[in-house]
Design a protein around this ligand. Sequence first.
Ligand code: DLL
Length: 452
Amino acid sequence: MDMKADGKARKGKKRKGQRNMIWNETKECMSRDEKRVLQSARLVKTVDRVYHNVPFYRKRMQSIGIEPGDIRGIEDLSKLPFTTKADLRDNYPFGLFAVPQSEIVRIHASSGTTGKATVVGYTRRDLEIWSECVARALTMAGVTREDIIQVAYGYGLFTGGLGAHGGAEKLGATVVPMSTGNTKKLTTMMVDFGVTAIACTPSYLLHIAETLEENGEIDKIRLKAAVCGAEPWTENMRRQIEDRLHIHAHDIYGLSEVMGPGVACDCEFHQGLHVYDDHFLPEVIHPDTLEPLEDGETGELVFTTITKEGLPLLRYRTRDLTSITYETCQCGRTLPRISRFKGRSDDMLIIRGVNVFPSQIESALLEMGGTTPHYMMIVDRVNNLDTLEVQVEVEESVFSDEIRELERLTKKIAHVLQQAIGLAVKVKLVEPKSIERSMGKAVHVIDKRKLV
Ligand code: DLL
């Protein structure tokens, strides 16, 4: 394997060097064969690094009789072991990092089933590559340095806010770091600043549209593009957003473990999301047999990161269900495309872009006392915003208390749940034994959201 391929390819890119080509995807910089050489060199390097720097991977590779020398290129990808979210949790917080902590310059985290967060770490170079990927995605959505972009994903441990922010700054756009929470302020600034692009969850964008309509401001905005993701949405919803706001809306995908937003994005033809496979090698596998599937077949999306330094991952099982095609897109890009997501193979709910696991509710309820583990989460979409009601069975003794006592308890539970999941929750206390018991798997969620 030509270990110098990476360096050569990058030099090649530089030689082309026109300023306006910086954010073009690999199709314009190298042929498919050249890219394969680049991917292989990067994969070989990644495998070698994780084997020598991450005891977890060394053990896992040894357990299946694989050594770094067995991986000579991307044709050997399927010989590598899988990584799951459970592996990240078991090695909480920094156990899978491949560099000393002193080289980690940023931490992000997403909530997990056990209450422990899934922690991800980035080196300075990881952050640069992340910004580059997001900048590519924004470019795909038609955003340029002339635009004023509101980033209305949450800032903080969630990767949405800072991820989109980094990419927009890298592109040279004027960034307004709104975060979430104050829609009135957002719409006022959108009008006053002449904002031309927005990055937020699709459900939030619909809510923004509604607020603008209610306030008679819809004709005053200069918005032209939106880059939406972090939760599932349909083509219909995209069209509705486009029609109501008179903009182009694009789908951006990513997950914290692999990087954050910017792993893939759709172009103006909306025929699937282009994956930046010079950084993330995609595979689609059968979720039960774990065998790679044919192009076009729906299965679980798996990623191997090939440039990450802080937290490189081999064959990470995303749980997201999709299919892949390598056919050249109408836009001319040769990047592989994944179809819109068909759902997840696990039970995580995404409410207003925040990951929520039923077990988080359960453990918070059990910790506080006075309640039982019998609860029901009712997720809905009202005025285009996701809502969460949690019906909680209380103990008999508590239920016979005075109304004032019950109100106090309701408030307390709402506070505890909000602390646990980071989302406002409407709590309704219900009579003992009123929530249906299950003989098989307990059902804790009624998801009434219908994606239009
Ligand atoms: O949601 C990263 C992100 C932020 C992506 C902003 C796009 C925009 P996590 O919180 O780790 O990271 O959640 C990742 O969200 O495995 C999918 O199930 C879901 N998801 C993300 N983007 C999309 C999308 C961020 N465009 C999980 N369509 C992923 C459908 C999406 N689901």
